[in-house]
Structure formats: C-alpha cells, structure tokens
Design a protein around this ligand. Structure first.
Ligand code: PLP
Length: 386
C-alpha cells in the first residue's frame, strides 16, 4: 500500500469529536499537532474483531484470549528479535501508571532517580509526585542528533544516591532510536553503580524504515537490571484503552512488583482493554509498516523544506519531531509563537526542559496535507523575518 492509499483509507477526521488533541485545536483555531496520538484509524480487521466482541454482548468476567501471551511474544520476536517469557509479563493501566508502580515498588521516598532531558514531562512528574528526587542529565545536541552524556551520568551516579534510571527508548521528544553500542555503554554504567533501569519503550514499533529498534531486554548481560514498559498504545493509536505491559526477567524483582500490585490491588488486567492490543498484534503488521512509511515521508517533507532555516531533530523513531524556532520567535515561547503566528498547536519545548523554550514538539502522525499546511505557515513567518 502506498502512502496516498494509506491516507485515503485510514485518515480519521477527528475534528468534531471529543479528541483532546482536536478539541483544543478547535478552541484555539489551530491545526493540532501536539498530543502523541494519531489521526489514523487502525487496520479494519482490528475494528471488526472489536466490533464482534461488542456484538456478542458477553460482558461477564473473562480471561485473556488463550494465546494472548504467544501473540505478544511472537510480535516482539519477529519485529525486534527479542524473546520475552510469558512469566516475565505483568500489566498496568498505561505506561505512566507503570512508571508510578515501578517507582513505588523499587525506590524509597527521598531516593534520586535520573532522567535524560529534554524528556516527556510525566517522567519528571512521576518522580516528584512520589517524593523522590530528580537528577537530570542533559542530552548532548549535535545539530539535532542527541546523544547521552556518559561522563555527566557517571559523575552523578558516583554520588551513590541515584537508584534508578528512567530511560525513554525511543526517546520522546528527541526521536532517537538508540544503537546497541549506546545502550551497552549506558547499561554497563548503570550496572557498575547499581542503578536499576526502567526502560519505557512505548514508541518502539514506530521505527523509520532505515533504522532498527534495539529492545533493552535484548542485551542479555544486563537483563536482570532492567524493567521494560511495553505497549501497543502508540503503535495502533489505542490510548483510550490504557493497556500496558511491564516486563521483568529477574525473578526477585518480579516478586517485588507482584507484592506491590497485590498490596494495592493494581495490576489485574482489564480484558476488554487488552483486546485491541491483541488484535493489533495479530492483524496490524502490514498496516504498521505502511504507517511508518507515511510518517517517514512527512518527516522528509518537513526536513527538506525547513532544515535550511531551522534546527530539526533527526527522526529515527516515534512520530514526534523536536524543532528549534528560537531564531524567529524574538524571545517568545515557541509554542505560543506557533499558535499566534502560524495557527499550529504543538507542545512547547519548555515542557520537556525549561532550557528549550525556543523549541516545539510537532506530531507527524497525520496526513501529508496537514503537514504541508503547517510547513507553509511556518515558511511564511520565516520569509517575513528574513
Ligand atoms: C514515552 C511515553 N511514555 C508514556 C506515555 C503515556 O502513555 P500512557 O497513555 O499509556 O500512560 C507517552 C505518551 O505520549 C509517551 O510518549
């Protein structure tokens, strides 16, 4: 399926419904390119399977489909060459819920937790909300290609206070898909300083065609140091269902999470909410490959038109682009600037790190024609300021 056919078949007009993204866009008379969900509906077979479940009307207590775990395991084996075991898998109501559970179960109040900024805001919020301390290590920006500052991380780890690293891989908002060598160096450092790794991999299915995703748990030497957060919510745009997996190979750590989940009666799976993930993994592969091509085309369109004027992150994965408008905003917050001058609603960069007030995060999971509209209005502003 080419990109035009995909868009024709799956573009979803969300402009009049209750979508958070589009409602706020409407209110501000802006094209909404913020919240991380997509303007595409998923594969028709997923929708049909879900409709069948609803039509049967058996809404009593149910188990997961018998092959749920096999379908999950096979998907990750096939796409990312990693083999998870059934007993490693626990559940949560979304990825942010998983972050909170992991922080509570594995750290104490007052402990320090490291994050690599700029970063999706709930990482920091979950650390602060639970009474832990945030230790930031800023990513190094090499013309929009961001890398870890290992020296800085080691210096901070050597205090002995950092108990956990919350890794975002692929990285939101920087679009990085880390190479095996980068992860190995990072994990070796964490291992040396006894730092547990919580790897949020919710964007791991949206990978640009020239890249490949390296799951944290595929690096076997460090498997027992890692807890992975894995979901299909970004993959097939299923955020409304709030279904997520917490994957823990180390038995002792798993027992600790299970104890936490039992104590707080959390972690039991909502079968209805799990079904779209299951159907997505069963039927969505071809759809997903086509989607990644559409996002890649959107990215290259923007890159070709704007990179002469603006610093743009290198998009290896996810559909989130980080763009530096600082040269043109006259000191104004870039998010506000885009709303006011271009009628585009993006996430302001300062939400990811206060030093990035000249940047915005733009969501590319939409039609090329929306991307073209956005580019046109940004180019008009650039022309004006020349
Ligand atoms: C890296 C990352 N983690 C977690 C979430 C939120 O996931 P959930 O809605 O499942 O809590 C997002 C949403 O954008 C995200 O980008």
């Amino acid at each position: 399926m080419n990109n035009k056919e995909f868009t024709k078949r799956y573009y979803l007009d969300r402009s009049k419904g209750d979508s958070i993204k589009w409602q706020r866009g409407r209110k501000l008379s802006c094209l909404p390119m913020w919240v991380a969900d997509m303007d595409f509906k998923c594969d028709e077979r997923l929708i049909t399977a879900l409709n069948d479940f609803i039509t049967k009307a058996d809404y009593g207590y149910a188990n997961l489909p018998e092959d749920y775990y096999d379908v999950f395991i096979n998907w990750h084996q096939k796409r990312n060459n990693v083999r998870y075991k059934r007993e490693w898998i626990r559940f949560s109501k979304g990825a942010v819920d998983a972050m909170y559970q992991i922080i509570h179960a594995f750290t104490q109040k007052g402990d320090s937790i490291m994050i690599n900024t700029p970063l999706y805001p709930p990482f920091k919020a979950s650390i602060l909300q639970t009474g832990r301390k945030v230790v930031e290590s800023k990513m190094i920006n090499n013309d929009g290609f961001f890398t870890f500052n290992y020296k800085d991380m080691e210096k901070k780890f050597s205090s002995g206070k950092v108990k956990m690293l919350m890794l975002c891989s692929p990285h939101n908002p920087l679009g990085r898909v880390y190479k095996k060598g980068e992860l190995e160096e990072l994990f070796e450092l964490c291992h040396r300083y006894h730092v547990l790794i919580c790897a949020d991999e919710v964007h791991s299915d949206i990978i640009m065609p020239d890249q490949s995703f390296v799951p944290a748990l595929s690096i076997k030497e460090y498997q027992n140091d890692i807890i992975a957060i894995i979901a299909a919510s970004k993959t097939f745009s299923l955020a409304v269902f709030s279904h997520c997996h917490i994957v823990i190979p180390d038995e002792k750590k798993r027992e600790r999470l299970i104890k936490y989940q039992q104590d707080y009666h959390t972690g039991s799976v909502n079968v209805f909410n799990a079904l779209p993930t299951y159907y997505g993994y069963m039927y969505g592969e071809e759809w997903l490959d086509a989607l990644c091509n559409v996002i890649n085309e959107n990215y290259h369109y923007i890159y070709n038109k704007l990179s002469k004027y603006l610093e743009i992150s290198v998009l290896e994965g996810s559909y989130l682009l980080f763009i530096n408008l600082g040269k043109y905003t006259g000191g104004m917050d870039a998010g506000e600037f885009l709303i006011e001058k271009c009628h585009i609603l993006c996430n302001p960069g300062k939400d990811f790190d206060k030093k990035y007030a000249g940047w915005v995060r733009m969501n590319l999971a939409t039609s090329l024609s929306n991307v073209k509209k956005a580019v046109k209005s940004i180019l008009e502003i650039i022309e004006e300021k020349k």
